[in-house]
Design a binder for this molecule. Structure first.
Ligand code: SAM
Length: 307
């Protein structure tokens, strides 16, 4: 059973994480502006672990319809507010689900992205297989690596370089909220095993936290130079420099695409048994195992209760 990081405990609101992180937000926005176009103009797109919809601005006008999947009810309620217009227009759908057990049929989406999520996944191999199963041919992944420049420097100081070289993830944080950092080649190999060809798309957050301990006036003065370095390293540091490595994955599949006009219901199945669902405006019920999945507060809850 994989551990799911709880973003709802103690009244936490993930939006507050971004309060003092202008640089991180800028670096990531800039990288996404340049890489999300690689996904083309999908008919149906999914944002895995999409949180409160922070990144929807990068794809909401490119994709005809999009689905945001997350486990956190707080994030989904906030997404329901922030994306209310798209939800009301039938362009956006908010689904609560575990990325290890998704309520979608194979190849339900043309394109997908997963940003700032993999470091939470204790069974990354299983979750990648489960997410990838539901995506037809284009996928943008943000992979947290252990062997970035700062990580290597820290490991050298602590005499821990062997852990950087091995295939196992390095785990930081504490037992309830561990953070997993991976060897990039291992994750790319897992994707290749599942039929995905991968290409390095950008090294991101290369100078993370540079602005945290400097006086504001100095930060303002240095900002243009630092942003120029971040942009240069986004290309030159692909695969090795920064802690977040963006990877573009695509594959050729012989499977027939679902018709673009097919509804969300045609793309979904019971996450517990894979059965077809019977829909009312308030709930979806599995025709095989009778599990019921309610809709309230603007999102559908497709989490599976423990037996
Ligand atoms: C750091 S946030 C990133 C959110 C968004 N992608 C962004 O970049 O703003 C991580 C998100 O992953 C979600 N998450 C973590 N593990 C998950 C799981 N097993 N299933 C679904 N969502 C998960 C959390 O609820 C949280 O919203």
């Amino acid at each position: 059973m994989s551990l799911i990081t709880d973003y709802d405990s103690n009244g936490y609101d993930y939006r507050s994480y971004w309060d003092d992180r202008d640089y991180e937000a800028w670096a990531e926005d800039h990288a996404l502006e340049n890489t999300v176009p690689w996904l083309g103009s999908p008919e149906w797109m999914v944002d895995f672990g999409g949180g409160f919809g922070r990144n929807a601005k990068h794809y909401r006008t490119r994709a005809r319809r999009y689905v945001l999947v997350d486990y956190s009810t707080t994030n989904l309620r906030n997404a329901a507010q922030g994306l209310a217009g798209d939800v009301a227009d039938g362009r956006a759908y908010l689904i609560r689900a575990d990325l290890n057990r998704l309520p979608f049929v194979d190849h339900a989406f043309d394109a997908a992205m997963v940003v700032r999520v993999l470091h939470h996944l204790s069974d990354v191999e299983g979750a990648l297989a489960e997410m990838g199963r539901t995506v037809r041919d284009r996928w943008l992944l943000d992979i947290p690596i252990k062997h970035h420049v700062l990580g290597l420097a820290r490991a050298a100081v602590h005499g821990d370089l062997a852990a950087m070289r091995g295939p196992e993830p390095v785990v930081t944080g504490h037992s309830e909220t561990p953070f997993y950092n991976f060897k990039l080649s291992v994750v790319r190999q897992r994707l290749l095993d599942a039929g995905w060809n991968t290409r390095l798309a950008g090294s991101v957050n290369n100078l993370r936290r540079w602005d945290r301990s400097l006086p504001p006036a100095m930060v303002r003065t240095l900002r243009p130079a630092v942003q120029a370095v971040e942009t240069a390293v986004r290309h030159g540091g692909r695969g090795w420099f920064g802690p977040s490595q963006f990877v573009y994955a695509n594959r050729n599949t012989n499977e027939l695409a679902l018709r673009a006009t097919d509804s969300l219901a045609a793309r979904m199945c019971c996450p517990a048994c894979g059965g077809w669902l019977d829909w009312t405006p308030d709930a979806a019920t599995c025709e095989s195992c009778w599990s019921a999945y309610p809709c309230s507060d603007g999102f559908w809850d497709f989490t599976v209760r423990a037996a």
